[in-house]
Design a binder for this molecule. Structure first.
Ligand code: MN
Ligand code: MN
Length: 456
């Protein structure tokens, strides 16, 4: 009998070909779907190709696989299981939004013969990481006539990119004495968008005017159209393998589209679970889960109500939620040998040791925590051990060093038995984050077995 507990590195047990194959598909997704809108479009297409039908369309009540989209920013995927939905649902929740540099509604200005865009960063970033790195521009603009322009500039090799400048070291004596929080201010996160003037020397803002002319001739937009836009600057380029052994993936937005993708893949790949399976991918997690598309909205209840009505189920959505279980699928922090001080080794997530299960989230004194019961932890422990899925248990960092939350608490308060589980990242919230391929695949396996078999 094993008396001591130690988590094990996942590479020893996983099938490397399976890990590699899965990672290649993930890299296509994470390189292509960089905003919540793009991720929803990507996954909706896949769902449709696999026979999922729109939950909000009538006349498909006899079918068993549905999707529902909320404002292009949430997607819910539902697959019926062997037992009736009245027995409860197995959920996987994740979020599709990631930290980034959003464009302000009236962004364009010029100074010292440079045209710039004003921005307002989104989510918890270390601002100094976002300067002097190539940025792409993604998003939508609604023109005066109501037509929608979808923009993606900076991803093709021949595309231009955008970049936020930084002060040269020669003149940065004062800047270098600032603490990191003040080193780069929010108002100094404005990328360069041009530097050619219009020929007319009587024009007051010649560089701004040139960009407006260009935007008009190329995209048919005028400055007022930017008021009705959602544009964002994010790291340009594709995901890359890391290391001589290609064991990890460097990409923008692993947090939390790595869980969005593995969750969606899991529901696509199961045949028919014991219970009804639902994967719900949310927005606005990085800024508090508020608003119509965040986890605090009642899109879940609305979609469920529509489903129950379609199927003629008399039970209330509330009764069903109280019988349901969920994995709140979000990333954790992998212990970093360069920053040992931030981690308490015995309860830290280790890169490559499989999916990280977290009983308690929150920060110092468990403030703001969602706390999964010991009974729920046991049920997940049993499921993962029986199916030989590499997993580990961890808290995020040392107590009182910091902390963080997920959507778990917003799902738990609905009566759903909720536990956090996701892969651990290095450099979370940096422009490019690092994930282990072994942890990616372990997360997929976890969500798949959970949706397929979990019974609590
Ligand atoms: Mn997250
Ligand atoms: Mn995050």
């Amino acid at each position: 009998m094993e008396l001591k507990y130690n988590s094990k590195n996942a590479w020893g047990t996983l099938n490397r070909d399976e890990v590699e194959g899965f990672s290649e598909n993930y890299k296509l997704f994470i390189s292509k779907a960089k905003t919540e809108r793009e991720a929803v479009t990507f996954l909706q297409k896949e769902a449709e190709a696999l026979g999922f039908v729109n939950l909000f369309n009538d006349n498909n009540a006899s079918l068993s696989k549905f999707y529902a989209v909320n404002d292009n920013k949430n997607i819910l995927l539902l697959k019926e299981g062997n037992s009736s939905v009245e027995e409860g649902i197995n959920f996987v929740f994740a979020h599709l939004d990631s930290p980034r540099i959003d464009v302000k509604q009236n962004p364009l200005y010029e100074g010292f013969d440079l045209a710039m865009f004003k921005t307002h960063y989104y989510g918890g970033i270390k601002k100094y990481q976002w300067v002097t790195t190539p940025l792409a521009l993604h998003g939508v603009v609604i023109r005066k006539d109501g037509t929608k322009l979808e923009l993606e500039i900076g991803e093709e090799l021949n595309d231009p990119v955008f970049v936020i400048s930084d002060l040269l070291p020669h003149l940065a004596r004062k800047q270098m004495e600032q603490n990191a929080k003040e080193l780069i201010t929010a108002e100094a996160l404005d990328p360069i968008v041009g530097s050619i003037p219009v020929p007319d020397e009587k024009e007051k803002e010649r560089f701004k005017a040139y960009i407006l002319e260009l935007l008009n001739s190329k995209y048919g937009i005028v400055e007022e159209d930017l008021l009705s836009s959602e544009l964002t600057f994010l790291p340009a380029g594709n995901a890359r393998d890391v290391g001589f052994d290609r064991s990890a993936i460097l990409a923008y937005g692993h947090d939390d589209r790595i869980c969005g993708y593995t969750g969606a893949r899991a529901i696509f790949d199961i045949q028919k679970g014991q219970k009804t399976s639902v994967v719900l991918l949310l927005d606005k997690e990085e800024i508090g889960s508020d608003g119509k598309t965040g986890a605090q909205s009642d899109f879940l209840e609305y979609a469920l109500e529509r489903y129950l009505a379609k199927k003629g189920v008399k039970k209330s959505d509330r009764e069903i939620l109280y019988k349901s279980s969920a994995i709140s699928a979000d990333v954790n922090a992998a212990a970093d040998p360069l920053y040992k001080d931030a981690f308490e080794e015995q309860n830290a997530a280790i890169f490559g040791r499989g999916i990280v299960v977290t009983k308690v989230t929150g920060s110092g004194g468990k403030y703001g925590a969602s706390d999964a019961s010991a009974e729920l932890v046991f049920a997940l422990r049993k499921l993962l051990n029986e199916n030989k899925v590499p997993w580990q248990m961890a808290e995020l960092g040392k107590v009182d060093v910091g902390g963080g939350g997920t959507v778990a608490k917003f799902m738990a308060m609905r009566g759903i038995e909720t536990i956090d589980a996701g892969p651990a990242l290095l450099s979370m919230h940096a422009p490019m984050e690092i994930a282990s391929k072994a942890d990616l695949y372990s997360s997929y396996l976890t969500y798949k077995f959970f949706l397929d078999q979990f019974n609590f």
